[in-house]
Design a protein around this ligand. Structure first.
Ligand SMILES: [Fe+2]
Ligand SMILES: [Fe+2]
Length: 276
């Protein structure tokens, strides 16, 4: 498992990029009737389970709405950022689970709840603890939504370990944990994160571009190791890294060209002597 190695709330002086927005009113693809029916047919689940993901989604959306009104959020990594990240992680989780043949519903539930600790306190006291705090919060949410004890244990374990691989409630490792962690890491290297990384130095090109060689080296290291756990996660992760590396390299080229060109001394033009 690749832990969340980069603190993402380390940008206290950055400009506010967005105001709280309305929640998405369109149900994501992973909640469609076809998925619910597919699961009922394949696994013989009762109709009582059909709205479980909608309940989780509604819970996280409500927590986001309530917390977004508070002004204790980081100016860049706002409540909206966290909610938007959460929805993308759920999509990536669904994609990985579908492609690699894991339980889509449990993976998406884990993805939707993986950062729920931030919606209980934007200033999570110990950043590394937000997985374990989130798991404790999620237990009753999952049970109330209709998940069984066993399913709840699996999802809570995935949430607990997604930051640093540690849990205070031991549980055998699962594919759901791999999917939640991979989906999270894929989105943590998304295109939008490039914008957020540069936002602090907008208007100061030199300051923005000076750290890029080190960053590109770091990204190349991740690309080489590609420590994600699932086949599709690794593929998605490599794509995100390639995009970031290409963008930063282009920016570095721009920086190298942001100076007067070195002009060669003018050469005496060879005089051509007409033959006749
Ligand atoms: Fe997280
Ligand atoms: Fe996350």
């Amino acid at each position: 498992m690749m832990p969340e190695t980069e603190a993402i709330d380390s940008n206290p002086t950055a400009i506010r990029l967005s105001q709280p927005r309305q929640s998405c009113k369109i149900l994501p693809a992973y909640m469609t009737n076809s998925l619910r029916r597919e699961r009922e047919i394949v696994e013989g689940r009762s109709m009582a389970t059909e709205r479980r993901l909608e309940r989780i989604f509604a819970y996280v959306a409500a927590q986001h709405r309530r917390e977004a009104a508070k002004d204790e959020w980081d100016p860049v990594y706002t409540a909206d950022y966290r909610w938007e990240h959460t929805q993308r992680v759920a999509h990536y989780g669904d994609l990985i689970a579908r492609e690699d043949g894991f339980d889509r519903e449990l993976c998406v539930a884990g993805c939707l709840l993986h950062d729920i600790a931030y919606f209980h306190s934007a200033k999570v006291q110990d950043w590394k603890d937000h997985g374990r705090i989130g798991a404790r919060i999620s237990r009753s949410v999952l049970l109330d939504a209709g998940f069984s004890e066993k399913e709840t244990d699996i999802v809570c374990h995935a949430i607990a370990v997604h930051v640093d691989g540690k849990t205070d409630t031991p549980h055998p490792h699962t594919s759901v944990a791999d999917v939640v962690s991979d989906a999270d890491n894929v989105d943590r290297f998304c295109a939008y994160r490039v914008i957020l990384r540069c936002a602090d130095d907008l208007g100061d090109f030199q300051d923005m571009t000076a750290p890029l060689p080190k960053r590109v080296d770091q990204l190349r290291g991740y690309r080489e190791k590609n420590p994600l756990e699932t086949r599709t996660g690794r593929k998605l992760f490599a794509g995100k890294l390639d995009l970031q590396i290409a963008f930063y390299e282009s920016l570095m080229q721009d920086a190298a060209m942001t100076q007067p060109p070195l002009l060669e001394p003018r050469q005496e033009q060879a005089r051509t002597v007409p033959l006749e």
